[in-house]
Design a protein around this ligand. Structure first.
Ligand code: EPZ
Length: 430
């Protein structure tokens, strides 16, 4: 069993380099299936979700060559399967991007219903609405999504009932080789949506408007291989921005696109944190005890839901009482139970969390209940007095490359320990 052990209280000073965006990589990798060619993908984050995505590609018949830990060459010429089994799909929600990609390549796909972090019900009705609008028949039997179309798909206008990152990406994947024009209205506008569109266009697709709420995809006959570098991870960057602000440090965060961080920067400045922007970096300078502020999570360009747990930790130590409203997911406050173990004062009522600032958090043994909640536990441990032990760190390693090393490099007393069994001493510390 692995744990992360933190002795809190160190301010963070130095530089952190941000990796490629997980949520862009998890759509770009399946998209390589659409070109019967070789794609070279650079700046991939070295995280377990990417490794799982690569395993699924290999299962389908793709040939993978690791140039280095962040660069892959993916040859999809010999992909000859259209099925992603439950054992793989259940581990990661993004496995459903293979429905759109396999439909685009083979006009059929059988992918088990996705797994992923639990934030309440995570339906896929908008994905299905898009595939059916393109002319597909979609059935769900024994938790398998079975989608197919006789002949080819035809472009269509699709108005999304809900702003959905996944459905927007999946419809783009399915429609790039459909006959005619597809228009996605009320589309999601996240940076990773734009990155997928840029990747597909680099392969020869014809997609316009990504990043706005109307995306137009004109179908093309074929897509070809290409070389592409994944966009920097907005949420990884935001996580370290909050960590620096919460610990009272001064950290330069490199390899970012400041424009993607605007809503996070704005909230931190509202809390009294100093944020200095440069072309590809932001510097976070804490400025005494953070001030309270209210946060409402929204689709991009609003405050990202994937930054909600991290921001909550900062606010547990702010001056005054703050309110967080989670408007994207039904229940994304499961981690609060863990936060209370640090002595935080939080009351959750439906999709609202009321946070009364305390002077100090105290270290505690806690669990990572999901990916971003795990990141929040790390931030709390960095700030808390005494020792914090975090279990279930597999969730954290799904989305944060070298998180322990990156934090050690800016002065955090943090290590990853492997414990054979609870009574045993530390087997190895990293
Ligand atoms: C993506 O999930 C991200 N995951 C999530 O990040 C992120 O929280 C979410 O987008 C919102 O930004 C990946 O990109 C792999 P949605 P996704 O479809 O696509 C409802 C992380 O930490 N909805 O935008 O599953 C849904 O219930 C992860 O990196 C429908 O009703 O999210 C939710 O309320 C966690 N029907 C809202 O839309 C649908 O068919 C947004 O979901 C689809 C979604």
């Amino acid at each position: 069993m692995e744990k992360i052990v933190i002795n809190g209280g160190n301010e963070l000073y130095g530089e952190i380099n941000i990796s490629g965006a997980k949520n862009a990589a998890l759509a770009i990798l399946p998209a390589t299936v659409l070109a019967q060619d070789i794609c070279r993908i650079e700046n991939l984050p070295d995280i377990s979700d990417v490794k799982l995505m690569v395993d699924i590609l290999s299962l389908l018949g793709a040939q993978i060559k690791y140039i280095n830990r962040n660069t892959l060459e993916i040859d999809t010429r010999f992909v000859n399967k259209c099925e992603v089994p439950y054992d793989y799909a259940k581990q990661m929600r993004a496995s459903y991007y293979f429905i759109g990609a396999l439909l685009g390549r083979f006009s059929k796909a059988r992918v088990a219903m996705p797994g992923g972090c639990f934030f309440g019900v995570r339906p896929i009705d908008q994905h299905i609405k898009g595939f059916e609008a393109l002319g597909c028949t979609v059935n769900i039997e024994n938790a398998i999504v079975d989608a197919s179309v006789d002949g080819c798909m035809y472009g269509s206008s699709i108005y999304m009932d809900v702003v959905s990152v996944g459905a927007t990406m999946n419809i783009m994947l399915a429609s790039v080789k459909a006959r005619g024009l597809t228009i996605i209205e009320n589309a999601a506008k996240e940076p990773h949506i734009v990155d997928l569109a840029n990747f597909l266009n680099t392969m020869g697709a014809d997609i316009r408007g990504a990043g706005t709420d109307v995306i137009k995809i004109r179908g093309v006959e074929n897509l070809h291989g290409c070389t592409y570098s994944v966009v920097p991870d907005q949420i990884e960057a935001g996580t370290y921005m909050v960590a620096a602000a919460a610990t009272g440090g001064n950290v330069l965060i490199n390899h970012v696109i400041p424009k993607h961080l605007e809503s996070i920067t704005s909230k931190l400045e509202e809390c009294g944190i100093i944020v200095e922007e440069d072309d590809e970096s932001v510097r976070i300078i804490s400025n005494g005890r953070p001030k309270k502020c209210n946060v409402k999570t929204m689709p991009h360009p609003g405050f990202p839901t994937d930054m909600q747990p991290q921001m909550a930790v900062l606010l547990t130590m702010a001056e005054g009482t703050s309110i967080i409203s989670e408007s994207v997911w039904d229940s994304r406050f499961r981690y609060i139970e863990q936060l209370l173990r640090f002595g935080a004062k939080v009351q959750v009522n439906g999709n609202l969390a009321v946070i009364e600032g305390v002077d100090k958090l105290k270290g505690a043994p806690v669990k990572a209940v999901d990916l971003r909640a795990g990141a929040a536990m790390i931030i709390a441990g960095l700030c808390a007095e005494g020792q914090t032990e975090i279990e279930d760190i597999k969730y954290i390693e799904r989305g944060y490359e070298d998180v322990v090393k990156k934090l050690q490099n800016v002065g955090a007393d943090i290590k990853r320990v492997e414990i054979r069994d609870p009574q045993a001493t530390v087997v190895s510390a990293g």
